[in-house]
Design a binder for this molecule. Structure first.
Ligand code: GLA
Length: 374
């Protein structure tokens, strides 16, 4: 079924990698509820790689690791459904998963059926160990067909990292979202590079098949599997705002059971989530402040006629950025005025003399939801 808005949820990989189990997943699901994240829209709880035994069972089916998942996956799905959440799992199109567990190569139909029988709602489908002779797009088309025939509505999350010109063919596979880059790390450089990579591929995302900029590192602060150096809260704000304006899926990657209030506030920012979930589904576009690709101004037309305008500073120096209302489709002679609030600070904003201006700290952003008033 078509998905009209990009999905939101939590995924085990960024923090926990192979150290996953039923208890972690269910306690994180409880934390989604207790912290208000579920009510903010985060509904998919995804068990990434390393959930299975290294060998398939005698019946050829994938087998959950009985130490990590003593009650099996159907049990986890039922618990999550009872909590008002959805369950995501992980497999791979190549010969093995990226962490060398069994993949779904040539077993697409059997595995899709198994996932459906467990009550799975979301399948992340990776690209490691693809045989050189195999055609990547055909492997994704196979799984797309297998899911369409498994008897359950399962969101198909393609994860081929933009390899083999993914953007050209992913829309033919039935995938609902597609990973456009290699793996994110919890560093400013990684966030900046992923944002810049979007410049060329913006036209390939949107309703039907959302461009997935990878799981969020907001709130990781250097802890966990992709933790590395960690970022400042200012950088996490910019990261989250860019993912929202570009309508990427929002899959949280930090340990939500231990997150601080600043992290919670970023992840539940209503204005930004409202932009990311906007039901009109218009694609965003980018203007460049001073023609500088370190200073993108990301714009998205919203369902009630509003405009989202985000000023970003990906560079290391403070920057003063501006665009004209005319550039945003509002000529001065129309008599219309752009007015609204900044997403993080709530600061009131009104275009002055037809110019929108923002003073940005290094790695900072300002995002406005603007009415086109009379
Ligand atoms: C790849 C993916 C990651 C994660 C790991 C699991 O690297 O891109 O998001 O799923 O595999 O092994």
């Amino acid at each position: 079924m078509i998905k009209y808005v990009p999905p939101m949820g939590w995924n085990t990989w960024n923090t926990f990698a192979e150290s996953i189990n039923e208890k972690l997943i269910l306690s994180s699901a409880q934390a989604l509820i207790d912290t208000g994240l579920r009510d903010a829209g985060y509904e998919y709880v995804v068990a990434d790689d390393c959930w299975a035994l290294r060998e398939r069972g005698a019946d050829g089916r994938l087998v959950p690791d009985p130490v990590k998942f003593p009650h099996g996956m159907k049990y986890v799905a039922e618990k999550l459904h009872a909590m008002g959440l959805k369950f995501g799992m992980y497999s791979c199109a190549g010969l093995m998963t990226c962490a060398a567990y069994p993949s779904s190569y040539n077993r697409e139909y059997l595995d899709a059926e198994t996932f459906a029988s467990w009550g799975v709602d979301y399948l992340k489908y990776d690209y490691c160990f693809k045989p050189l002779s195999a055609d990547g797009k055909n492997l994704y088309r196979r799984m797309g067909l297998a899911l369409a025939n498994c008897g359950r509505d399962i969101l198909f999350s393609g994860c081929s990292w933009g390899a083999d010109n993914t953007h050209e063919w992913i829309g033919t596979t039935g995938a609902h979202m597609w990973r456009s880059t290699g793996d994110i790390a919890d560093t400013w450089g990684s966030i900046r590079d992923i944002i810049k990579r979007q410049y060329d591929i913006l036209p390939y995302g949107g309703v039907g098949c959302f461009n997935d900029m990878d799981m969020l590192v907001v709130g990781m602060h250097g802890k966990g599997h992709v933790g590395l150096k960690g970022c400042t809260d200012e950088e996490y704000r910019t990261h989250f705002a860019a993912w929202c304006l570009l309508a990427s899926p929002l899959m949280i990657g930090c340990d939500i059971r231990a997150m601080d209030e600043t992290t919670r506030a970023i992840l539940t920012n209503r204005t930004l989530i409202g932009i990311q979930q906007d039901p009109r589904g218009v694609r965003p576009y980018i203007l460049y402040g001073w023609g500088n690709s370190d200073l993108p101004v990301i714009v998205r037309a919203l369902s009630n006629g509003d405009l989202a305008v985000g000023f970003f500073n990906l560079g290391d120096e403070p920057a003063n950025v501006w665009v004209t209302a005319d550039d945003l489709g509002v000529p001065e002679i129309s008599g219309r005025v752009l007015e609204g609030r900044e997403a993080y600070t709530g600061r009131h904003f009104r275009a002055q003399n037809g110019v929108l201006q923002a003073e940005l700290k290094p790695h900072g952003c300002e995002v406005y939801r603007l009415r086109i008033g009379k």
